[in-house]
Design a protein around this ligand. Structure first.
Ligand code: PLP
Length: 430
C-alpha cells in the first residue's frame, strides 16, 4: 500500500509504489519488456477496447514509467501523467492532443528556443498556427484568442529573462472563454505548482531538475483533471467527437468510469500509439531516482543561486544580474506569488566587456561545466550570444533577452564556497 502525503519530500519517495508485488523489491524494478502476457483472449480484447485498464505494449505503457507518472502527477496535484521520450515530445504532444490543421494556439514569447522552433516552424508545416504573445500584459492573450484557439502555452520560469509567467491571470482569461493553459514547469519543479494557479496541463523536460544528474533525456505531461472539455464541445473535437482511429470512441465519454482523464488518456492511446515517442523504462528508473531527492536538491539549487546572485551583484566586472530575487515591480510580484521556497537555480548576468569578455569568462571556468543544459546537480554555464543564440541577429538576440555579454548559469548543489571561488577566478581573468 503506497503512502499518501501532502509533503513533497515524502510523496516523491512513497506515493504510488510500496514494493513489487512479486519480489517485494523496494526499488521500483526496471520492467525492461516490450510486451505483456494476456491472461486469455477475452482479457486481451478488453484491454484493447479499454474496457479494462492494463499493460499491452511498452510503446503505450510500462509499469516502471507508471510509477514515475503517478509520482510526478502527485507532486503536481494532477490526476494522471504520461511519460514520453523528451521534453520536446511532451510539448509536441501537449499541443497535438488539441490542435489539428486550421487550428491555432497562443504561446508566450518567453519560451525555450527549441520549443519556439517547434511552434513557429514544424507545427506551422502541419497547418497549426502559433500566435506569439508578450506575457508582460496578460490581456495580450485575450486579444489573440478566437474560435479556433485551442490552448495557451507558457513557461513558469523562462530563461534568459527569468521573468515569472502570470499563471493565474492568464489561466483565468483562458477559462473565461474555455481555453486551457498548458505550463512548461521544467525550471521550477517543487517551487511552483501551476495547477494550483489554474493551469490545466503541466509539461516537463524531465531531462533537467527531475533527472537531476545529466544522464537521461525524457519528458512528462500531467493532466490537472480540472478543465471541463465537454463544456466546450466545438472547441475540442479531438476529445468530444467520435475518434475514427479508435472505433469512434468519444474520449470525454469513454473516461466517465475512470475520472477526468480524457486529455491524458487520448495522448497515450492515440498520440503515443501513433507517434511512438515513448520513454525507455531504464530512463523511467533514472527519473524515479532523481525524483526521490528533487525537493532536497531544489532547496540547495535555490539557496546557492541566491548566494551567487548576491556575489555577482557586488562584483565590479558585472553590469547587471538577472535573477527573480533582484527584480522589482510587477515581475517581482509574480516571482513572489508563484515561486515558493526560493527563486530557482538559474542566474544570468551581463559581464562588462561584451561578447569577448563573456567568452573569456566561460573559457576560464575550472569547475563549472560549459554545456547547453540546465538543472544538473553540477553547476553549468553558457554564453548564449556565441552559442545557443548565435544564429539570431543581434536585434533578435536582444529581443529574446540575450545581450552580447549575457552569461547564463545553472547553479548546482556543490558547496557554495567552491562555486563562488570558480566564478571569482574566471571573472578576474575575463
Ligand atoms: N522546456 C524547457 C524549458 C527546456 O529548457 C528544454 C530543454 O532545454 C525543453 C523543454 C526540451 O527538453 P528536452 O531537451 O528534454 O527535449
Amino acid at each position: 500500500m503506497a503512502i499518501d502525503s501532502k509533503n513533497p519530500e515524502t510523496l516523491v519517495l512513497h506515493s504510488a509504489y510500496r514494493s513489487d508485488d512479486v519480489t517485494n523489491s523496494v526499488a521500483v524494478p526496471i520492467y525492461q519488456t516490450t510486451s505483456y502476457l494476456f491472461d486469455h483472449s477475452e482479457h486481451a480484447e478488453n484491454l484493447f477496447a479499454l474496457k479494462e485498464l492494463g499493460n499491452i505494449y511498452t510503446r503505450i505503457m510500462n509499469p516502471t514509467n507508471d510509477t514515475l507518472e503517478q509520482r510526478l502527477a502527485a507532486l503536481e496535484g494532477g490526476v494522471a501523467g504520461l511519460a514520453v521520450a523528451s521534453g520536446q515530445s511532451a510539448s509536441t504532444f501537449s499541443i497535438l492532443n488539441l490542435c489539428e490543421a486550421g487550428d491555432n494556439f497562443i504561446s508566450s514569447t518567453d519560451i525555450y528556443g527549441g520549443t519556439w522552433n517547434l511552434f513557429a516552424n514544424t507545427l506551422k508545416q502541419m497547418g497549426i498556427e502559433c500566435r506569439f504573445v508578450d506575457p508582460s500584459d496578460p490581456e495580450n492573450f485575450r486579444a489573440a484568442i478566437d474560435d479556433k484557439t485551442r490552448c495557451i502555452y507558457a513557461e513558469t520560469l523562462p530563461n534568459p529573462k527569468l521573468n515569472v509567467f502570470p499563471i493565474k491571470e492568464v489561466a483565468d482569461i483562458g477559462r473565461e472563454v474555455g481555453v486551457p493553459l498548458i505550463m512548461d514547469n521544467t525550471a521550477a519543479p517543487v517551487i511552483c505548482r501551476p495547477l494550483d494557479h489554474g493551469a490545466a496541463i503541466v509539461v516537463y523536460s524531465t531531462t533537467k531538475y527531475i533527472g537531476g544528474h545529466g544522464t537521461s533525456v525524457g519528458g512528462m505531461i500531467i493532466d490537472g483533471g480540472n478543465f471541463d472539455w465537454e463544456a466546450q464541445g466545438d472547441r475540442f473535437p479531438s476529445l468530444n467527437k467520435p475518434d475514427p482511429s479508435y472505433h469512434g470512441a468519444v474520449w470525454t465519454e469513454a473516461v466517465k468510469p475512470l475520472g477526468p482523464i480524457a486529455y491524458i488518456l487520448r495522448a497515450r492511446v492515440v498520440l503515443l500509439r501513433d507517434i511512438g515517442a515513448a520513454m525507455s523504462p531504464f530512463n523511467g528508473f533514472q527519473f524515479i531516482q532523481g525524483l526521490e531527492t528533487l525537493p532536497l536538491r531544489m532547496r540547495e539549487h535555490c539557496a546557492n543561486a541566491a548566494k551567487v546572485s548576491e556575489f555577482l551583484s557586488s562584483h565590479d566586472k558585472v553590469d547587471t544580474v538577472i535573477y527573480p530575487g533582484v527584480q522589482d515591480g510587477e515581475v517581482r510580484r509574480r516571482a513572489d506569488t508563484y515561486l515558493k521556497g526560493g527563486f530557482g537555480g538559474l542566474v544570468g548576468f551581463e559581464i562588462k566587456g561584451g561578447k569577448e569578455a563573456g567568452k573569456k569568462f566561460i573559457d576560464s571556468l575550472e569547475m563549472l561545466y560549459h554545456v547547453a543544459n540546465i538543472g544538473d546537480a553540477r553547476s553549468l554555464a553558457i554564453h548564449p550570444a556565441s552559442t545557443t543564440h548565435s544564429q539570431l541577429s543581434v536585434e533578435e538576440q536582444l529581443a529574446s533577452g540575450v545581450s552580447a555579454g549575457y552569461v547564463r548559469l545553472s547553479i548546482g548543489i556543490e558547496h557554495i564556497d567552491d562555486i563562488i571561488a570558480d566564478l571569482k577566478q574566471a571573472l578576474d581573468k575575463a
